[in-house]
Design a protein around this ligand. Structure first.
Ligand code: S6P
Ligand code: ZN
Length: 191
């Protein structure tokens, strides 16, 4: 395995910005067209206001190998697509036996999880919440507030990401705004 020099990163706890910046991933609505339940709302937004930046991920550049601990911050911008709050794509780890830890830094969010056996779970997160994603659970985060939802994550270097299963099946639960109240509902399109 790669032998590295120790290093540190300064994280702005409010914005999630990494210094020094070693990489940033930006996810736009156009890249998640079929992931929101209200696909008419998606197409309307894309036509009327153009593409929308949903979330950003500040990453540390580390080798994706066993023994390394990858870490990053995710910033989900506030907003909704129809009644569904902005969210990440969500994924299983390619190596299902690898878990992950999240730490809420700013804003309000929730962590939606499920297993391939049909279990579901939702953990609400605020600054200071450490949430655990056990092995075998797919995970997606959602911004349920009016400010950016920012959290830190750390996971095994060899975990890998399986986005395909979620792209195909979706999540069983949706997080929606029901007239000013945050509600967890069943996804009518879950396969
Ligand atoms: C990685 C970890 C997070 C997400 C990030 C974006 O294992 O769970 O860093 O990558 O929150 O979500 P996604 O689903 O687009 O990777
Ligand atoms: Zn993960």
């Amino acid at each position: 395995m790669t032998i590295l020099q120790p290093f540190k990163t300064e994280i702005d706890l409010k914005t999630g910005v990494f210094t020094p910046e070693t990489g940033i991933i930006k996810r736009y609505l156009s890249q998640m067209r079929s992931m929101f339940a209200d696909t008419d709302a998606v197409e309307r937004i894309l036509a009327d206001e153009g593409d929308r930046l949903l979330y950003e991920v500040y990453v540390t550049k580390l080798p994706e190998e066993a023994g390394q601990i990858l870490h990053c911050t995710t910033i989900i911008h506030p907003g909704k697509i129809g009644s569904e709050f902005h969210m990440t794509k969500g994924h299983y780890h390619a190596r299902r036996e690898e878990g992950e830890v999240y730490l809420g830094l700013s804003g309000d969010g929730c962590l939606v999880m499920q297993t391939q056996e049909g279990a579901t779970d939702v953990q609400f997160m605020k600054p200071g919440t450490a949430a655990y994603v056990p092995p075998y659970w797919a995970h997606r985060t959602v911004n349920i507030g009016e400010a950016p939802f920012v959290f830190f994550a750390a996971w095994a270097g060899d975990a890998g990401h399986d986005y395909g299963t979620i792209e195909r099946d979706g999540f069983r639960k949706l997080i929606v705004d029901a007239g000013g109240r945050v509600e967890v509902t069943d996804n009518p399109k879950y396969r």
